[in-house]
Write a protein that binds this ligand. Structure first.
Ligand code: XIL
Length: 350
């Protein structure tokens, strides 16, 4: 084992601590990762295997084996098992929005498909999946309006309410979440508050708002993140950090507007640390995790869980996004399953 105690133990009185898992880690083909997961985490999220395209690729085809194994793994290890995600504009098959001739499907048809999907998937794991990301990324990046997706276009403005109502019907005891990125931005924060209030006005219980937490080394500021925690808590919901990672590489689609040139120089390539992370950057990363976990600890009364988006740097999506072939270092464990300096900082923040 790489550490004598797990993050779950250090933060036991505060919140759950977890990671997003891929199928290799669940099926035992990545035994070192599996051991680390059991040692460190008490909540798990499915990185991809419960997304619509994965679990329900064709109208009459469900692919439950990976999801069944994921849920069983969580249950065997007494973990808080998360479902991700029921309604999203990505990783959802085209057929969901089309009729038999390839034209846009009607509102009735899409609602029927949504209800079938949710009742089947949520119903299958009733009492086993503790909380669901019902709706993912429905607020746009500009003014905080509803994102222009097929869900909105075809169903209309009550698409979100419908998804939450179907999920509640399928498992009345499961926690239901709204999940999104860049929620530290004032426009987006306001958009989510408006959306959640409209759901609450319909009698829907939103258990928590999930702040994904795909952050950079310096942006957003701790103050920006804190402002959203405080604002969301006023809605009477919990706040979770659901996809935490810190990208140390220049990001060509940085949502704050390109700060690449500023940080790395005008000619920066997007993959600058292929042979290892320089000490100075390692220290920045460590400080960043320390500051974030100090913030989380401060707000432990409203925070339900912190989930990292991956276990080791090797399996992070940030090696492939926003462009393929990067070598990124966003997590707490390195490519040899060893705790990084940031791990110790996180422990000390508890
Ligand atoms: C990512 C996965 O990590 C990748 O493996 C996949 O190719 C694309 O999706 N926001 C989310 C997550 O809610 O589901 C995304 O996960 C990352 C961004």
């Amino acid at each position: 084992a790489s550490a004598d105690k797990g993050l779950k133990d250090y933060y036991q009185k505060d919140f759950y601590v977890g990671a997003a898992l891929n199928y290799r880690q669940i099926s035992g083909r990545d035994a070192k990762a599996t051991a680390l997961i059991k040692e460190q985490f008490n909540t798990i999220s499915p990185e991809n295997l419960l997304k619509w395209e994965a679990v329900h690729p064709q109208p009459d085809t469900y692919n439950f084996k990976p999801a069944d194994d994921y849920v069983a793994f969580g249950q065997q290890n007494k973990m808080w098992v998360i479902g991700h995600t029921l309604m999203w504009h990505q990783q959802t098959p085209k057929w969901v929005f089309e009729d038999a001739t390839g034209k846009p499907a009607s509102r009735e048809m899409v609602l029927k498909r949504l209800e079938d999907h949710i009742s089947t998937v949520v119903g299958r794991y009733k009492g086993k999946i503790a909380g669901w990301d019902v709706l993912n990324e429905a607020i746009d990046d500009q003014q905080g309006d509803l994102r222009k997706t097929k869900w909105l276009e075809i169903i209309g403005e009550d698409f979100a309410a419908k998804a939450f109502e179907f999920a509640h019907k399928a498992d009345p005891k499961a926690q239901l979440y709204y999940n999104d990125y860049s929620l530290y931005r004032p426009e987006k924060r306001a958009g989510v508050i408006k959306l959640v209030k409209s759901l609450q006005a319909r009698g829907i219980k939103v258990a928590a708002i999930g702040m994904q937490g795909h952050y950079g080394l310096t942006k957003p500021s701790i103050e920006q993140v804190e402002a959203s925690i405080v604002a969301f808590a006023k809605l009477g919901v919990h706040v979770n950090f659901t996809e935490l990672d810190i990208d140390v590489l220049p990001n060509p689609s940085h949502r704050q507007g390109a700060d690449i040139a500023e940080t790395f120089g005008a000619d920066a390539k997007y993959n600058v640390y292929t042979t290892g992370l320089p000490d100075s950057v390692q220290q920045q990363l460590t400080k960043r995790y320390a500051d974030l976990f100090a913030l989380f600890h401060k707000h432990r009364d409203v925070i339900g869980r912190i989930t990292l988006w991956g276990v080791t740097d090797a399996d992070s999506w940030l090696n492939d996004w926003p462009i393929k072939g990067r070598t990124s270092y966003p997590l707490l464990f390195d490519r040899n399953f060893q705790p990084k300096p940031a791990f110790k900082a996180v422990v000390q923040a508890a």
